[in-house]
Write a protein that binds this ligand. Structure first.
Ligand SMILES: [Zn+2]
Length: 255
């Protein structure tokens, strides 16, 4: 009798699980054509919709096209395998140029919520988390606005400027206070190696450059007439070429 009872209880449960998988993602388009967000937590969808609106508005303000399909997929943890050493790193998010998909580690995931995650040297908050999504969506928008292949450094320059420009003022002020007086000493510093060695410093310097000088240089990057990575390679420097599709187009490795 007991065995029959157990079977009677367990079989319907298994059947229900088969019909309704626990992690079947939901989808939204934020009420916009061309937007597609796959998520498990409604909170993630809210972050994403606001981040897309922020990135699109920033890009529009620069006189560029923001009307392009945007796909975001939330996962428990975004992984990235470094092609140079084979190590697997975890990321807050990344833009995959090959498929034009933005992958984001979910806000409620253990990965984001545990181990004292930081960004720009400060504990990750909802505002900062949303800014990460804005950063990644800007990569997508810049890919759509560039003539030819946009260099890794140019991609990051644009994405950090967008990320910091669209933050709420209090959060931005807090971050800028942590990185006082950061400026590029030379245009030659706007290169992929600088970004790889000091991603947040690179981001702050990009934002300060934009504040001081406007978007002229940034537009030159999109047209291909300013590309320090290419300049350094042409000059014969031993400069590893970042492979766009396989690099973590930020956000940087978790701290
Ligand atoms: Zn990036």
């Amino acid at each position: 009798m007991l065995r029959i009872t157990i079977i009677t209880i367990v079989v319907p449960i298994l059947s229900a699980c088969a019909v309704f998988p626990r992690y079947q993602p939901m989808e939204t388009n934020c009420g916009e054509n061309g937007v597609s967000i796959a998520y498990n937590s409604p909170l993630d969808a809210e972050f994403a919709c606001r981040a897309i609106a922020n990135a699109k508005e920033f890009v529009k303000q620069q006189g560029l096209d923001n009307d392009v399909a945007i796909k975001i997929q939330f996962v428990d943890r975004v992984d990235y395998t470094d092609v140079t050493d084979g190590f697997v790193h975890s990321l807050y998010g990344k833009y995959v140029a090959k498929t034009n998909v933005v992958l984001i580690s979910s806000w409620n995931s253990d990965y984001i919520q545990n181990d004292g995650r930081k960004i720009f040297g400060t504990p990750i908050t909802r505002a900062l988390y949303q800014s990460i999504i804005t950063h990644e969506v800007t990569h997508r928008l810049m890919e759509n606005n560039s003539v030819g292949n946009l260099s890794s450094a140019a991609h990051e320059f644009w994405s950090y400027v967008s990320q910091l420009s669209t933050m709420d003022e209090a959060t931005r002020a807090q971050i800028l206070d942590l990185y006082p007086d950061r400026v590029f000493e030379s245009h030659l510093e706007i290169n992929a190696i600088h970004h790889a060695l000091d991603p947040y410093g690179f981001g702050i310097k990009s934002y300060n450059y934009f504040l001081e000088n406007g978007n002229g240089l940034m537009l030159s990057m999109l047209e291909g007439s300013f590309d320090v990575d290419n300049i350094l390679q042409t000059a014969g420097m031993d400069f590893p070429t970042p492979v766009f599709e396989s690099r973590p187009l930020c956000s940087p490795f978790a701290e």
